[in-house]
Design a protein around this ligand. Structure first.
Ligand SMILES: [Zn+2]
Ligand SMILES: [Zn+2]
Length: 49
């Protein structure tokens, strides 16, 4: 699985959670993107910090 924000492979500190808007898509974020609060976007159009 890859980070939804930067597309990099996930590392140990990555988090995976369901999209809060549609609840269907898994969002993955690497530690790098979490740290920098980089936005992610779900396929449903939801954008989050
Ligand atoms: Zn990332
Ligand atoms: Zn969604």
């Amino acid at each position: 699985m890859k980070c939804s924000s930067c597309g990099q492979d996930l590392d140990k500190k990555s988090v995976i959670f369901k999209c809060p808007a549609c609840g269907k898509k898994d969002i993955a974020r690497c530690s790098h993107c979490r740290k920098l609060s980089i936005k992610y976007q779900c396929l449903c159009g939801y954008e989050g910090p």
